[in-house]
Ligand binder design. Structure first.
Ligand code: PLP
Length: 282
């Protein structure tokens, strides 16, 4: 596979990152994952905009990344994925510099790495059809979960807990509130209203979450940007996770208890249909 590294298109095995890269030493970097449906990137603009906002928040010396549109198109073409389902991974770090906490000189070039790979949507489609089980776990992350940084230790530990429990996702709980998943946003349906935590420092404002909220509005599904409390789960008819590759995936079992009789609910089905309609317009 051909990947993009610091301005060059190279076979992936020929790419070497400096051991002094601040991504490697400090997780001082940002990333994005974009789904391409039959070679067409879904919401690439929104993903790049989030990367740019993150770069401003992390005080990177450069925060203009719209040129990544062209890199993604080139990579799809160079890897013969222009008509295939694929995922794009983009990572930008503060670059390589002698290890020191303060930022290096603003002259230090950022490290940019972008790769694409084929993506088989079948397992995710099956999960969307059947629904997944999930567990809740304590949120042990830092206080800026709105930044999509490569420092994902707490997410990895939570996700591994889900794998070991034989379920599809771990939902972070903080102060008695179900916030989001280890790699997804989280929403519930109560009396026909879609309920999800408001965008703030405690969650990543997912591109899929934004799209889902827009679809809900267009379908006339009421939305409440409110906490889903752990002690109130019984009043919900449906739960779901929202993320780039998972799209809108129903949760049919949470901590071993069936949700909505253990089958995907009506609202999730309507949102899924809305999502397919959006993709069809790509
Ligand atoms: N929340 C977290 C913690 C994530 O890691 C992700 C995706 O990786 C999401 C939410 C969903 O974001 P998006 O819909 O932009 O993929």
């Amino acid at each position: 596979m051909i990947a993009f590294f610091n301005g060059q298109y190279l076979p992936r095995e020929e790419i070497f990152v400096s051991p002094d890269d601040r991504g490697f030493l400090f997780a001082d970097g940002l990333y994005e994952v974009v789904l391409c449906v039959q070679g067409k990137p879904f919401c690439l603009q929104e993903h790049i905009e989030r990367l740019e906002r993150g770069a401003v928040q992390l005080h990177f010396p450069v925060s203009e990344f719209m040129w990544l549109h062209k890199v993604v198109a080139e990579l799809l073409q160079k890897n013969q994925l222009e008509n295939s389902d694929a995922v794009v991974y983009m990572q930008i770090t503060r670059g390589a510099a002698p290890r020191n906490h303060p930022f290096p000189s603003t002259e230090t070039p950022l490290t940019t790495y972008v790769f694409v790979r084929p993506f088989d949507q079948t397992p995710a489609e099956e999960a969307r059809e059947r629904g997944i089980a999930a567990i809740t776990v304590a949120d042990q992350r830092w206080a800026r979960c709105d930044l999509k940084t490569i420092g994902l230790m707490a997410n990895i530990l939570a996700n591994q807990q889900a794998v070991e429990a034989g379920v599809g996702e771990a939902i972070f709980v903080r102060d008695g509130v179900l916030l989001e998943g280890s790699h997804s946003n989280f929403a519930g349906v109560r009396n026909g209203t879609l309920v999800t935590f408001p965008a703030c420092h405690r969650i990543l404002d997912g591109v899929t979450r934004q799209q889902t909220l827009a679809i809900a509005s267009s379908l006339g599904i009421p939305v409440a940007l409110e906490p889903v409390f752990a002690n109130d789960l019984g009043s919900y008819d449906e739960f779901m996770v929202l993320a780039t590759t998972m799209k809108v995936t129903p949760i049919i079992r949470l901590d071993g208890r069936d949700i909505g009789g253990g089958v995907p609910g009506e609202v999730v089905r309507r949102l899924q249909k809305g999502f397919l309609a959006l993709e069809a317009r790509l």
